[in-house]
Each structure stands twice: as structure tokens, then as C-alpha cells.
Design a protein around this ligand. Sequence first.
Ligand code: AVJ
Length: 314
Amino acid sequence: VQDTTLAGDVRHYLSQAPRQLPSRALYDTLGSLLFDAICELPWYPLTRAERRLLQMHRRAIFESAQQPRRLIELGPGNGSKLTQLLAEPSVSHHVRQVDLVDVSASALREAARRLQETFAGSIVTHEARYEDGLRKAASTDRTAGRKMVLFLGSNIGNFDLPGATTFLRGVCDTLGAGDALLIGADLVKPEHELQLAYDDPLGVTAAFNLNLLLHLNIALGATFDVAAFSHKAVWNATESRVEMHLVSRREQVVDIPAAGLSITLRKDETIWTESSYKYTPQAFEHLLNTAGLTAIQSWFDAEGRFLLVLAGAR
Ligand code: AVJ
């Protein structure tokens, strides 16, 4: 059994060749704020594209989902997407309970705070990984009626294909007859656009990536010299993913006491911190089908940059 604490995770991923770190560790308090800042960058169109789609189609989405009583969002971040959905009266009128599942306590606080301003139903937060939180949220279902699980922002892009399939199978298992999954996926686009989206001229994405090391220094007593690393983003066309790496600018030794680890990094050695898989509509539909899901309806933005799919269990 794998140790699922941050220390266990770090130990496991850093010992791989090439070295890696878990992308969920990007989201401590500062990391969550930096991600919010990324969403406002002109070079990161993903969030705006999805926001527009939700704005335009929220009524249709809700109707296609047959007016669920219950919404469970995995990785709500600051809660702006759910708030936007619930700002539609025909939606908020039906929904009785909202469950938020996130690894970031600060993101959960902010999402709950935001939702409270407009939503009168009950709000339950789960500081947990997607799988654990969803299991808990789905098992404490006391309200009658349908549920809709939301997995937005192309969060699915962090999983490789086998991982995404397994994960979505798990989600599918929690869907009863009439329940639905609303999922957002970022689509393949020209390389220079992807490059700018993950290595922006303001350096916000670089800060977001480097902050992972700061997080480990604070949480695990690690001795990363943050200034001795640089941010690198590359489009891997073969795998259809953008990869973020941290490059060691010199040879250095790093201790991570809480993980019982001491490593030597060579000059130019990289630590792979995140993958953001980009889909074609066909590939995404195929993924859903492999996971036992079937698309009920799909929405594309005008520029063909982003895809929202409402799916049910087959
Ligand atoms: C929140 C995982 C969808 O992969 O685009 C943004 C995170 N990483 N910039 C993404 C992220 C670098 C984001 N997701």
C-alpha cells in the first residue's frame, strides 16, 4: 500500500527516474492564489473559455442533467465556476446541497465563502483527494433526487491516459441511474499558444511551479534553494501533453527530513512536476467510453479551444 501523506508522496515521486513531484502539492495557500492569478492571464485562455461556456449554457446543462438536487464538485478551487452555475435562478431553485472536494484547505474556505453569498442550500466541504472525497460525499447522500458531479477546469488533464480511465471509472461507479458528470477538457491547440499558456511573460506560472519547492520547505522541512531552480514548460506532441519541469541550475544536495530523503541533483537535472494532457474531441469521447461513460451532450467554445461534456453511466 502506498503512503498517501504528502511526505510519502514526495518520497515516492522524487525517487522515480526521471525525478517527479506530485502536482497536487502545487496547491498550498500561496499556490492556490498563484493559480487564481494564472486564470486571469491573457495567455491562459482555458479558464475564460470554460467560463463563457458555463455562462452561455448553464440552463441547458442543468436541464440535460435533469435538474439534479445535489452538486458535487471535485477540485472547485476558489468556487467561481459553481457560483456562476448557481447564479442561474432555475439552477439554484432546484439544488439543495453542494459538496466541495479539494486538497487545499484554503481553496475550500474561499469556495465555501463565495458560495454562501448567493446559495441558500447546504454546503459541505471535504478536505480530501478526489476519490476519497467523492466516496464520502456520495455515501452520505441523504437527500433524495439526482446528483451531478462536476470536474471542471480540465483538471482531468493532470492524469495520464490509464490514470484518467481508472479515475473516471471510479466516478462512473458512484453515478446512479439519471446522475450525471459534467467534465471540462482543454483541447489540442497550436504549440506556441500552449507554450505561452504554461510559460507566461509575467512569470506567474514559473512562480506557481517554483512555489512547490517552497511548499515542501515549509511543510516537510526540505532544504530546496528555490533560487537555484528554473521553470521549464514543454509541449510533448507524442503524448499530447504540456509538461512542467523544475531544472536544477547547479549540482546540489537537498534534504527532506520529513520524507526521510536526501538527494543529489546534477546540474540541469529536472524534476517533472505536472502534466496537462490536451485532447481532441474524438480522443476525449473515447476516454469517456472506455471508462463506462456516455456523452449526453457536448458544448464547444467558438474558437474550438475547450470542450464541456455532460456524461452519464452507460
Ligand atoms: C488546474 C490542472 C487544469 O493543467 O492547466 C495551470 C494547472 N498548471 N498552469 C492546467 C496549471 C500550469 C491547470 N489545471
